[in-house]
Design a protein around this ligand. Structure first.
Ligand code: SAH
Length: 263
């Protein structure tokens, strides 16, 4: 059996002929039940990713390892997630990279945390504030499920980020909060001068208030944008945009903390 083959305990994604996706954690002796029959986990364990298996009813299922994006779209949700189309640009806008110390709020379902953890790698560290116990539980479970355990470089702190952040410095701050302007007085002193803050915001009034507050707190290079993706249907002569697209998720605001002399 090759090392790249699927192992017991792994998460896999089954994709049926109608492109429906199912996330399953493989265990010896378990079975996955579909309306078209069952599939024994043991028939999947040891197989090559990208293979086709058949249910007891004879229907075909493609087996792959979920990408981070697949997992985020399928994982259980407490709070509304940030979608992969925004998560990618957040990594570029915040310029989060290997070894960085990053501050985040709130944890929610953990989609943004998983993305930041991947970007900082094992040498980096992530501190995430979450005000709600139930979201903290859901988010940490999701993160551990995808990574196969709780990552040692991720600290989740239960509480309101506006109540203060311990005396430590961060290279980057990434926020998914309804009212980030309330947090700026306590988080800004914790961000290195030149450090970048990115805030995800669903509505226009939140963008206005955040941008004004960022300028008042000594940030510069403040930019606001939204990310529109338009998937295409490509089949034979039928090559065109999909009929339905996601019209709106949120806006992204990025800014740099300037040194005192700059203000
Ligand atoms: N980015 C997350 C979703 C976060 S939803 C994801 O992609 O999965 C926003 C979260 O912020 C909620 O869980 C909410 O409980 C938390 N929150 C709201 N205000 C907060 C505050 N002041 N301090 C810490 N967490 C807060």
């Amino acid at each position: 059996m090759s090392d790249t083959n699927i192992k017991v305990g792994e998460l896999v994604m089954f994709i049926d002929s109608k492109q429906r996706r199912y996330l399953v954690k493989l265990a010896h002796g378990d079975a996955f039940h579909l309306h078209t029959g069952i599939i024994e986990h043991d028939t999947v364990i040891g197989s090559e990713p990208g293979t086709i298996v058949r249910t007891s009813g004879g229907s075909r299922l493609l087996v792959v390892r979920p990408t981070l994006s697949d997992y985020i779209l399928k994982m259980r949700r407490g709070a509304q997630i940030i979608y992969p189309k925004d998560l990618g640009p957040i990594v570029m806008l915040s310029d989060v990279g290997p070894g960085m110390r990053v501050l985040e709020a709130g944890l929610g379902s953990g989609a943004l945390s998983l993305t930041l953890l991947r970007a900082i790698g094992p040498e980096g560290s992530l501190v995430t504030y979450e005000i709600r116990d139930d979201h903290a539980v859901r988010g940490t479970k999701n993160i551990a499920e995808f990574l196969g355990g709780a990552p040692p470089n991720h600290e989740v702190r239960i509480g309101d980020i506006c109540d203060g952040v311990a005396q430590e410095d961060f290279d980057r701050i990434v926020l998914d909060l309804p009212d980030p302007w309330r947090a700026l007085p306590v988080i800004t002193p914790r961000l290195h001068p030149g450090g970048i803050l990115v805030s995800y915001l669903p509505t226009v009034p939140q963008v206005s208030q955040t941008v004004e507050a960022l300028r008042d707190h000594g940030y510069g290079l403040v930019e606001s944008l939204e990310v529109l993706t338009r998937p295409w249907h490509v089949e034979g002569m039928s090559v065109r945009p999909e009929h339905r697209i996601v019209g709106h998720t949120g806006f992204l605001v990025s800014a740099r903390r300037l040194s005192r002399d700059a203000n």
